[in-house]
Write a protein that binds this ligand. Structure first.
Ligand code: SAH
Length: 346
């Protein structure tokens, strides 16, 4: 076995140069070794349990213009919607009945949902479902705003760093957006006490193995409790419409590597992974992932929250998604559990 691979398995840590060399030179046999190591580690911490998060995509309005994203502000073809707070609560009621104990409230950066409204929504869900975790994923805010969400009862926050290379960040985002501010947000969330989710897309335009090596080093050092990793998939109304999607193989490799770096991390097999391959999420779990995020959004709006083309499950009812996911996990020897699924500290 290549020296870098054995060093990685022994120490769970590499330099940026070594991560890059790992990605550049890895053979299929070595990938298999990493896969097995990742599954061994995931199983030692979480057994064969898979945690489910009920995803509520409550608005596709967004003030930002991330070049890769289908709901970016500049996309005039995007049919915009916003759920009312009552509709959001209905999603939670249904989700709770279906056995979800984490609700993920995700949206574009929609200023309609100001601090007062978000606090009202979070407080309502917190008091109605004291045994559930509330995860927020609505982008970059001031620290004082994050603190209000936390005080209202939110437990976790997903904010992918997108890339740990400032130069690449500036290439795939317009100049109004700032790498330093995104990093500031992640640190603020951590300081406030959230379980924090970072993450990035695999093989997005302009990304090299060096960039991915920086992502791996960032993950190793920041130690997010959650890490969202999915393939980039082009969207027809973006400048990247003719770019190639990220591959299954590369995404699976990065999932395994991430599991080895952070044996306890909550690692989703993402919807994007399920979109590029019908068994993508199953393979994600078989490479070290331990979380899935079935959709709880009302069917009427599903097909409007399109970050990328061909997104799966846009026509299904929440119950169908849940049952389908349970069956998928069962088929590969895992159990979708009714559990908050918190990060397990040592
Ligand atoms: N607005 C929020 C959350 C919604 S976007 C935020 O900024 O955090 C959620 C994630 O979807 C993004 O972080 C990005 O990594 C991913 N995403 C966006 N466009 C994508 C695309 N074309 N292909 C794959 N993933 C994409």
């Amino acid at each position: 076995m290549n020296k870098v691979v054995s060093k990685f398995i022994d120490t769970h840590s590499l330099s940026v140069e070594e991560y890059e060399s790992l990605l550049n030179n890895i053979t299929s046999d070595e990938k298999e070794v990493l896969k097995q190591e990742a599954v061994k580690l995931a199983t030692s911490v979480y057994g064969n349990k898979i945690y489910a998060r009920g995803l509520i995509e409550f608005s596709n309005y967004c003030k930002n213009n991330c070049y890769y994203c289908g709901i970016r502000n500049g996309n005039k073809n995007c049919d915009r919607y916003r759920l009312t707070k009552e509709q959001i609560y209905d999603c939670c009621d249904l989700g709770y009945e279906l056995g979800f104990r984490t609700f993920v409230l995700q949206s574009g950066e929609d200023l309609f949902f100001n601090d007062d409204l978000m606090v009202e929504i979070i407080s309502h869900i917190r008091s109605k479902f004291p045994d559930c975790a509330i995860t927020i994923s609505i982008g970059e805010k001031e620290k004082s705003t994050y603190q209000k969400y936390f005080n209202a009862g939110a437990n976790r926050y997903l904010l992918r760093h997108e890339t740990a290379n400032k130069k690449l960040y500036e290439t795939i985002h317009p100049k109004e957006m700032s790498f330093d501010n995104r990093m500031r947000c992640l640190q603020d969330l951590r300081d406030i006490g959230f379980q924090v989710g970072a993450g990035y897309m695999v093989e997005c335009p302009h990304q090299t193995n060096y960039d991915l090596a920086l992502d791996l080093k960032f993950v190793e050092e920041f130690k997010p409790e959650m890490c969202g990793i999915g393939p980039f998939i082009p969207h027809k109304d973006t400048d990247y419409k003719n770019e190639k999607a990220g591959t299954l193989e590369k995404t699976l490799l990065l999932l395994s590597i991430t599991r080895i770096i952070l044996p306890r991390v909550l690692l989703p097999a993402t919807t994007a992974l399920g979109t590029i391959n019908p068994l993508g999420r199953e393979m994600g779990v078989e490479h070290g992932a331990n979380v899935v995020m079935p959709n709880l959004s009302p069917t009427e709006v599903r097909s409007k929250y399109l970050l990328y083309d061909n997104k799966i499950c846009t026509g299904d009812e929440a119950a169908e998604c849940k049952n389908c996911m349970s069956a998928r996990m069962k088929r590969i020897g895992y159990e979708l559990v009714i559990d908050r699924g918190d990060f397990k500290k040592e």
